[in-house]
Ligand binder design. Structure first.
Ligand code: CU
Length: 441
């Protein structure tokens, strides 16, 4: 059973559309509407925010690998917006950024059409005035399921966020240069739009938890009561083998899939915590996102396989670095400072050719962490500061440590058009730490 704020896809006869059939069935259709809402962050406590279909997070969009999706989007906000499908390897024209489409104006409707090629945990969010629109609540999870999906005793889809609430109990105004520098972190921690909720899991059972960090800037160093859990997936779906750990770091925009449990004792309460992490933008202590209450024991049929998937390495041995991307910081007379890529705000990078393997060194020339996000393509991490990662995975977000270098490899398959990469601390992206580039045939 999946626990989330469920909505059913709007089913219409396939004959209304030309591309309405596929090997695995009809097109799945959704309607999304962005509008101002009263967002209840805790019982009896509301803030004026933005929501999709009247809720935060927006509805979980359920999709099947290889089955076309159509999302008819209507903008009822008082400002333009555009929706980015974070992590999905879809055509450039559907990527939902201002470089591939005219923003959807108030009152307008735009229909996104694409076929998700990969199973995994993805999310959707605006790619216009993000520092305001995401903070106000515009985000949601998009789950793509494989035909032979790994199912455990249960599933939870958990979108983490932090919100800064002011003395009047409303979403705080943007904090100027300090927020522009550090990224906005909040004083209220949310799971699925609610402040510190209690989740339940039956003793003896193992659940699949799909987690998205939708925070503007916060790095969540996740702990579940200090007890071990297994990482089974990351941005681009399952990893090759489960990894047992007691904590996992989720930079802003990152995703992780966990096998959680079994817990032994009915009635136990564990904290879902964000452990201290110093990303050199103000240190925080241990902060609670929610709790887990262990419910009465239930039988378990879950089995987490020792092998989850094979991921073919993109690079074996030494491969020449084809590009260096430098994330930097620069003083500015007009704006105080800028965040830049290769010395430039909103950098226009060189094109990339379809079929030509890319090996990029992403260099962090600054004194703080930056989560690097590539649109539309997964990459494999070859090295972090010269060291091979402990396991192979497909990623679209990776933390680049201060004064550090992350070497990634990715393969531009035949999806020409304009793409982008940027820091996913939304304030840094807005301050210029982004680039667009063309994939050409
Ligand atoms: Cu950054």
């Amino acid at each position: 059973m999946t626990e989330h704020c469920g909505v059913s896809p709007i089913k219409r006869p396939a004959s209304e559309y030309t591309s309405a059939t596929s090997e695995r069935g009809d097109v799945v259709r959704y309607h999304l509407e962005a509008a101002e809402i009263e967002w209840e962050i805790a019982p009896g406590r509301t803030v004026r925010g933005y929501g999709f279909n009247g809720q935060v997070p927006g509805p979980v969009l359920e999709a099947n690998q290889g089955v076309p999706l159509e999302i008819e989007f209507t903008n009822r906000l008082p400002e333009p917006t555009v929706i980015h499908w974070h992590g999905l390897r879809i055509p450039a024209a559907m990527d939902g950024t201002e470089v591939v489409q005219r923003p959807v104006q108030p009152g307008e409707t735009f229909t996104y059409r694409f076929t998700p090629p990969d199973s995994g945990t993805f999310w959707y969010h605006p790619h216009f005035n993000e520092t305001e629109q995401l903070e106000k609540g515009l985000y949601g999870a998009l789950i793509v399921r494989a035909a032979d999906e790994l199912t455990l005793d249960g599933e939870k889809i958990l979108v983490f966020d932090d919100l800064r609430v002011d003395k009047k109990g409303q979403i705080a105004k943007f904090g100027g240069l300090k927020d522009r520098h550090n990224g906005r972190e909040g004083n209220v921690r949310l799971i699925n739009g609610r402040s510190e909720p209690e989740l339940t899991i039956a003793a003896g059972q193992i659940e699949r938890w799909r987690i998205v960090n939708a925070s503007s800037a916060r790095y969540v160093r996740l702990s579940l009561g200090g007890l071990p859990f297994r990482i089974i997936g990351t941005d681009g779906g399952l990893i090759e083998a489960p990894v047992t750990t007691e904590e996992v770091l989720l930079p802003a925009a990152d995703r992780v899939e966990l096998a959680v449990g079994p817990f032994e004792k009915d009635g136990d309460v564990l904290n879902i915590e964000d452990l201290p992490y110093n990303r050199l933008a103000g240190k925080k202590g241990v902060e609670r996102f929610g709790t887990i209450r262990v419910a009465p024991r239930k039988p378990s049929t879950a089995r987490v396989p020792e092998r989850l998937r094979e991921i073919a390495p993109l690079v074996t041995g030494d491969a020449p670095v084809s590009r260096t991307v430098t994330l930097g910081f620069k003083m500015s007379l007009r704006r105080g400072f800028d965040f830049v890529v290769n010395d430039e705000r909103h950098h226009h990078d060189q094109p990339v050719k379809v079929g030509e393997l890319q090996v990029w060194d992403v260099v962090n020339a600054t004194m703080m962490d930056h989560p690097f996000h590539l649109h539309g393509f997964f990459f494999q991490v070859l090295e972090v500061n010269g060291k091979k990662p402990a396991w192979r995975s497909l990623e679209d977000v990776i933390n680049v440590p201060p004064k550090g270098t992350v070497r990634i490899a990715w393969y531009p398959d035949d999806r020409p058009g304009m793409w982008m990469y940027h820091c996913h601390i939304l304030e840094h992206h807005a301050a210029g730490m982004m680039a667009h580039f063309e994939v050409v045939r």
